[in-house]
Design a protein around this ligand. Structure first.
Ligand SMILES: [Fe+2]
Ligand SMILES: [Fe+2]
Length: 147
């Protein structure tokens, strides 16, 4: 039998709806980055992505934000949530490292950096997928359902 809808699950639903839009915009940025053909354009796009991700991760981890709402709905997922929060720092660090090694004076993007970008974007996409899956599972369990 489903658990009754609670304030915490309704709160998670509202936050999740907002973040889903941010996730969609981030994935659009990732798609543009994957299609970049010049070092100069790529460096600028990675700078934009870094700024957007810093804001996005801050939204998720603010007091009363997404992670706190998920933790309130499911304290037993605490270790999963900690792994995801740790990934925020690892994603930002990898992104910064790649961006710093791009020389905008060199028109071509070195294959090694393209490979690293592909790995980073997979890591980011997997991170966001895990957040969606966890939020959806918790909302389903509370009988609310995703927005
Ligand atoms: Fe996240
Ligand atoms: Fe996210």
């Amino acid at each position: 039998m489903d658990e009754p809808v609670t304030d915490s699950s309704e709160r998670l639903q509202a936050i999740y709806e907002q973040l889903s839009e941010e996730h969609r915009r981030l994935m659009e940025m990732v798609n543009r980055i994957q299609a970049a053909r010049s070092s100069e354009a790529l460096k600028a796009m990675l700078e934009d992505l870094h700024q957007s991700l810093m804001a996005h991760f801050a939204h998720e981890t603010y007091p009363d934000g997404f992670y706190q709402a998920m933790g309130a709905c499911a304290p037993e997922y605490g270790s999963n949530l900690r792994v995801l929060v740790d990934e925020h720092f690892r994603i930002l660090s990898r992104l910064w490292s790649i961006k710093e090694r791009i020389d905008p004076e060199q028109p071509d993007i070195p294959p090694r950096l393209s490979d690293e970008i592909a790995g980073l974007t997979m890591m980011l996409a997997d991170h966001e997928r895990q957040e969606h899956e966890l939020a959806t599972r918790l909302l389903d369990r509370a009988g609310v359902g995703p927005p």
